[in-house]
Design a protein around this ligand. Structure first.
Ligand code: PHE
Length: 336
């Protein structure tokens, strides 16, 4: 009987790993043939013990070497793309993409950096002085109603800043003249959320203070910006407006017309599009921040980043910029 097993073992050739494992269990497993034979050994008459033992050992060696040999053979036949193949190409990693508001903010900041503006930041929780009073918003003046404010702990002196103009004041207080800064940041207004407005959005503020700064300097800088950002033949228009902290004040519009050659336009239709507020810094504002209005003058401007982003990418609803829906965000991969 042992000889028959030996013949079977020597003839064995597995087709796959499962067959090899079945073979191993059949001969070498706990309840396998060899353990069975070792148990029988005790009952074998003494004079036959030697021959029986030798036959069992031959069978054991044959089974063990067959398992080892076929195991390494099957290993070699494994396909190249096994888990251990270090030459296998990696799985792609999702790299993410910049948010459209960040793309536009960075581009605008870069445009102003190229003509000597440096970047400033201020706190998002602001006191009344920096957000309103130093900017010439009189106490109880209806101008404060222009901006519905989120107060902190119902303390009238602390609020979430309603505009980045507060950074103008902080920098005029902190820096030596001349001052040429750009201040991007988040602002907050207690407004109903709709497709056109949100209670949180981003602004970019600009401020230039020096001797003999004129409205012509403001206009030329804004024309440069408009042509860099919207296209080389963009036309701008400055329309009289009102802000407590600038005098004179204006709104800048760009002509969103069909004749522009280099434009990023995706929306149909033409017309003047409002892009930002601006003006000459009011002498009272310079004075409040410790700058002598008889020696220095300056201009300031402020624009909403979401608005410009929506125009550039033809985004119909501002809320899409705050939802973090991957299907939306994925589309801006590679656009910067
Ligand atoms: N702070 C103004 C706003 O929030 C914009 C502005 C900034 C206007 C600087 C003039 C000068 O609308």
């Amino acid at each position: 009987a042992i000889d028959e097993h030996l013949i079977a073992v020597e003839a064995f050739k597995p087709a796959n790993a499962e067959e090899l494992e079945a073979f191993r269990l059949k001969y070498l497993g706990k309840k396998g043939i060899l353990n069975d034979l070792f148990t029988q050994f005790k009952a074998v008459p003494n004079e036959e013990k030697k021959a029986f033992g030798q036959a069992v050992n031959r069978l054991k060696n044959a089974a063990e070497s067959a398992v080892l040999r076929f195991k390494s053979e099957l290993e070699e036949q494994k396909p190249l793309h096994s888990e251990n193949d270090l030459s296998r190409p990696g799985d792609p990693i999702w790299m993410g993409s910049e948010h459209p508001v960040s793309i536009v903010r960075n581009e605008i900041v870069d445009i102003f950096k190229r003509v000597g503006f440096s970047v400033s930041e201020g706190p998002e929780i602001e006191d009344d002085w920096h957000n309103f009073s130093a900017l010439n918003f009189p106490e109880e003046h209806p101008a404060r109603d222009m901006q519905d404010t989120f107060f902190v702990h119902t303390d009238p002196d602390w609020a979430l800043r309603t505009h980045t103009s507060s950074v103008q004041v902080r920098e005029m207080e902190r820096l030596e003249t001349p001052i040429r800064i750009i201040a991007p940041g988040r602002v907050f207004r207690n407004e109903a959320i709709s497709s056109r407005s949100h209670c949180i959005f981003h602004q970019i503020e600009g401020l230039y203070i020096d001797k003999n700064v004129s409205f012509a300097d403001l206009k030329q800088t804004l024309l440069y910006f408009a042509r860099e950002f919207f296209g080389a033949d963009t036309k701008i228009r400055l329309r009289p407006s009102y802000f407590p902290f600038t005098e004179p004040s204006a709104e800048m519009d760009i002509w969103w017309g069909l004749e522009t050659e280099t434009d990023y336009r995706m929306t149909k239709g033409t017309g003047w599009l409002e892009v930002m507020g601006c003006g000459m810094v009011d002498p009272a504002v310079l004075e409040a921040s410790g700058i002598d209005p008889n020696v220095y003058s300056g201009y300031a401007f402020g624009m909403g980043v979401e608005r410009i982003t929506m125009q550039r990418y033809n985004i119909p609803d501002i809320r899409m910029l705050f939802e973090n829906d991957m299907r939306f965000l994925k589309q801006f991969k590679g656009t910067f």
